[in-house]
Design a protein around this ligand. Structure first.
Ligand code: GRF
Length: 187
């Protein structure tokens, strides 16, 4: 099978990057990861890229033209799909339009509930019985694109924010690879 080239954007820990790298090592998984991009020179996730010898790029987002630099790299590496895995920058409308790629994001709530930041705090505050994660296409609305995959769990009374985060992230490591398989199955 011919795998599609993927680029993963990260800003922090990179545990989703790690799960995607693991999945991509399976010969029948539809993508290979050619590039990792981060806006954070201290992102721990860079270590996963290093470990698996995946080229990575630290981008200075203070430069006005930083999205153009990313676009050039995306095109140079013949990237077909961009996965936002804990990337803490908003992608501009212009980037989405010019990239003309599939752009996916993983979000730690059952969208459309709790878009944006501090999702676990919001879940606890609203005494939700159930939460989970969502993989969706990225469009110009924050966490508003078409949903590809969701996974959920019931919250126990004793679950605090940390436990909820842990349970959510465990589901994320399944949800993102599944979403990628799903979108390439139908083309
Ligand atoms: C994940 O919980 C994801 O849903 C959110 O940011 C977090 C990234 O974690 N968008 P990691 O860097 O993949 O460990």
């Amino acid at each position: 099978m011919v795998k599609k080239n993927a680029c993963i954007f990260i800003s922090g820990f990179g545990s989703n990057l790690k799960s995607l790298i693991r999945s991509s090592r399976d010969p029948v998984f539809p993508i290979k990861i050619n590039l990792v991009i981060t806006n954070n020179p201290n992102a721990q996730g860079i270590l996963h890229a290093k470990k698996y010898s995946i080229p990575f790029l630290i981008i200075n987002t203070r430069r006005r033209d930083y999205e153009n630099i990313i676009l050039r790299e995306i095109n140079k590496n013949k990237i077909s799909i961009i996965c936002l895995a804990g990337y803490m920058k908003i992608i501009s409308k212009r980037f989405i339009f010019n990239a003309k790629k599939k752009i996916l994001n993983i979000h730690p709530s059952l969208l459309p509930k709790y878009k944006g930041l501090n999702t676990f705090e919001k879940v606890v505050k609203n005494k939700e019985k159930k939460t989970g994660c969502t993989v969706h296409y990225v469009n110009e609305k924050l966490d508003g694109g078409k949903i590809i995959n969701q996974k959920s769990f019931y919250i126990n009374k004793e679950d605090n924010i940390n436990v909820i985060k842990e349970k959510t992230q465990k589901l994320e490591y399944k949800a993102f690879p599944e979403a990628i398989v799903k979108i390439f199955r139908y083309i």
